[in-house]
Design a protein. Sequence first.
Length: 83
Amino acid sequence: MEKETKGSNNIVKEVCAELGITQKELAERMGVSSGMPAKWAMKDGNPPEWAIKFIKLLIEHKQIKDRLDKFNQAFALIDKARS
């Protein structure tokens, strides 16, 4: 996610879309009941600060993993070109 996640406005929907997961899968990753992300995704729902930080870490983890994958692909191409 290139943009900074702002507050808790649709943060659940944003992270689920970014990670390609359901709200139930998000709940499993966070160790909360399956209904909590749905509650937080509602217009009046406010995730607690710890949940917002956890969600931001999930996004950051995916971004770092994607970068690592690109580096590994580049190194594989370099190795192939050397052969």
